[in-house]
Structures are given as structure tokens and as C-alpha cells.
Write a protein that binds this ligand. Structure first.
Ligand code: FES
Length: 91
């Protein structure tokens, strides 16, 4: 199991779990819209452990290039967790 910390709350999950599943199964402040790398509603800011996330695919990268306010941002609906990570909801 690995620890994912979202807005100060620590959640234990199995490696390979999607961030979307983690948020759906727990009370987190991350919100979702399209769930398909189109709207940017699920944008998160990675505070630590960025290397423990799946790499951004072209669809996610295209949204981040337009909407992300920081290079530390990712889309929760497109991200899989492979190690400890700490995230906050992006502004
Ligand atoms: S929910 Fe729309 S981009 Fe993730």
C-alpha cells in the first residue's frame, strides 16, 4: 500500500490505483466534470511525489498546456498513482 495525501488527508491505496477512483471512494475536494481530459475541472497541484504518477498522455498534456497555472498541475481523471504523493486542488 502507498499513501496518497489529498488536501491534508492521508489515504492508503494500492499502487496502480487511479486518482479518479481514489477521489470517488473518499471525501476529497477534487471535483470532476468530463472525466475525459477535456474540461480541466479535476486539475490538481502535485506538491511532492510527481515521479510517482503516470506520465501525462497527449490528451492530458493538451489541456494542461491551455489551462494549467503551474507545471506541477495534473488532471486527476487521467492520473494513476504508483507511489507516495501529496496533492492539493489547483486554484
Ligand atoms: S474531469 Fe474533465 S479533465 Fe478531468
Amino acid at each position: 500500500m502507498i499513501t496518497v495525501t489529498i488536501a491534508g488527508s492521508s489515504i492508503e491505496v494500492a499502487a496502480g490505483t487511479t486518482m479518479q477512483h481514489i477521489c470517488d471512494e473518499n471525501d476529497t475536494p477534487v471535483t470532476f466534470g468530463c472525466r475525459a481530459a477535456r474540461c480541466g475541472a479535476c486539475m490538481i497541484k502535485v506538491m511532492s511525489g510527481a515521479d510517482n504518477l503516470s506520465p501525462a498522455e497527449p490528451d492530458e498534456r493538451a489541456v494542461l498546456d491551455v489551462l494549467a497555472m503551474s507545471p506541477d498541475c495534473r488532471l486527476a481523471c487521467q492520473t494513476t498513482v504508483h507511489g507516495a504523493v501529496t496533492i492539493e486542488v489547483a486554484d
